[in-house]
Design a protein around this ligand. Sequence first.
Ligand SMILES: [Zn+2]
Length: 219
Amino acid sequence: MEIINSNQTYTEMVNEMRKLLADTMHRMYEHGFVVAAEGNISVRLLNNQVLITPSGLDKATVSPEDMVRIDLDGNVIEGNHKPSSELHMHLAAYKLRPDVNAVVHGHPPFSTGFAAAHISLPSSILPEVTALLGDIPVVEYGTPSCEELAKKVEPYLPSYDCFLLENHGVLTLGKNLQHAFHRLEILENSAKVTLIARLLGGEKLLPQAEVEKLRKKSQ
Ligand SMILES: [Zn+2]
């Protein structure tokens, strides 16, 4: 679960998560990682319930009360709105990865540019990318908001934490919401750095021994 404190009631914990989701969605909007009603984030709650952002609402102004509580089959338990239309992708991550407690999906322009060009990002370009993101697969295109997209992502979920979604955007997983959000921030920054390095003649990757050292350190 995301945060649990023995003195907290379940309702208090859910309310805390509602606020955290709204604050993180606003950060996504402010950073330009999403525009309009795009993007969706979620956290795993107790009893394998999930709190997810609503479908179709302006992500600059989405409020804690707008969040929707669902079960792992996507049934709404509590909420005044429809859950995100990308819920299948989120639920697939929670079902296949017990270590994952938060999922973030957005369309940040630099990494989405690589996804649109079907060009992968090198994970050994910067130490933090090597250590915190690992390899980043390019997932074959699936129609957004359909189960088809979740089916395309599923084979990659057991082995990776960050994904480029062809002609669409990016997806990151984490042990908590901050972890998943930071991965998306680092992913977007690495796409910027990769693009600039290529304008300057091409990136020089970290040596394999350094990659192994960084990965060992981050385990
Ligand atoms: Zn999307």
